[in-house]
Design a protein around this ligand. Structure first.
Ligand code: UDP
Length: 304
């Protein structure tokens, strides 16, 4: 199979690329990534994968040798807070950029797996990021309905795990708490910390994406979460650190929680990783964390 991964040098994209090569034995994987995100990194490059350092909005300048069977579209400008200052840029990359990728898929007759966002459940009009990602879903729907393209929308719930961003405006709360804990700093909790999030391990996410690529879809939406949520206070307790309360952030949903019924029933996907074991393996040591990750991956493989 020839596979294109957009955003394949980011946190989730690079984990997906490793998974495709190492777990699925894929030998023709091409990545396009412009390294613009704080979580993307040249060091994730592999010698057995082809890379194009380019913006998805310039897709037409790339002269691909192969016709792609599957396109995983993960390239996006991520995160809610920075989107308030740059609505047009978010729309340009996340909505119009998605249209560019889908149009390439139309020409190649590729199946598309699109990284949507659970921010859609807070309402697409809560912030520019949620709106742009939601518009990307609608672009998928148009290409499915008008051109008969197979498109699947994966809505991720707060993804964590190795390679997650830990610094800067794009850092996620699990990454921030890891950094703060390692530096012996207080854990910054926004608002009163009662807001709840469904945290999902990146390996569960990439396994789900590959499962989506195996079927045909009509812009169907699949939720990838655990069906369990944690308040940020509870998360801080898992890290066993002192808390510093900081102001709440605007435009955030109070609660996110995946409803996994359809994803389980239609795709046969369930999560294997759990947040509590992840944090305790992180607190123990790097090797204990790696051992735990290998063990859970094996469990997932055996029951596939
Ligand atoms: N958060 C926090 N402390 C931090 C960073 C984030 O309490 O240092 C909160 C944030 O306000 C939100 C939750 O943790 O309620 C998850 O935030 P994150 O940025 O990881 O993801 P989001 O749900 O906003 O996409």
């Amino acid at each position: 199979m020839a596979i294109l991964v957009t955003g394949g040098l980011g946190f989730i994209g690079s984990t997906l690329v490793d998974w495709l090569v190492e777990e699925c034995g894929e030998t023709d994987v091409v990545v396009i990534d412009n390294l613009c995100s704080e979580s993307s990194n040249r060091q994730y490059m592999r010698s057995d994968v082809t890379y194009h350092i380019e913006d998805i909005r310039n897709l037409e300048v790339l002269d691909f040798e192969q016709t792609f069977d599957v396109v995983y579209h993960l390239a996006a400008l991520a995160r809610i807070q920075p989107s308030f200052d740059n609505p047009l840029k978010y729309f340009d990359i996340d909505a119009l950029g998605t249209a560019k990728v889908l149009d390439l898929a139309r020409k190649h007759r590729s199946k598309v797996v699109y990284a949507g966002s659970s921010s859609a459940y807070g309402g697409p009009f809560l912030n520019p990021y949620a709106f742009a990602k939601y518009t990307g879903e609608q672009v998928c729907q148009m290409y499915s309905e008008v051109y008969g393209l197979s498109t699947a929308v994966a809505r991720f719930f707060n993804v964590y795990g190795p390679r997650q961003p830990t610094h800067g405006g794009y850092a996620t709360v699990v990454g921030i708490f890891e950094r703060q804990k390692q530096n012996g700093e207080k854990l910054t909790v926004t608002g009163d910390g009662t807001q709840r999030r469904d945290f999902t391990h990146v390996d569960d996410i990439v396994r789900g994406l590959v499962m989506l690529s195996e079927g045909r879809h009509n812009a169907d939406i699949y939720q990838f979460g655990t069906g369990i949520n944690w308040s940020i206070n509870e998360l801080a307790d898992l890290f066993d650190g002192e808390i510093e309360y900081i102001p709440a952030r605007p435009g955030e949903a109070d609660i996110t929680l995946a409803d996994l019924d359809e994803t389980k029933e239609r795709l046969g996907w369930s999560p294997y990783f759990d947040l509590e074991s992840y944090v305790s393996s992180f607190l123990e040591s790097d090797t204990s964390h790696l051992r735990w990750r290998r063990f859970v991956r094996k469990e997932a493989r055996n029951s596939a």
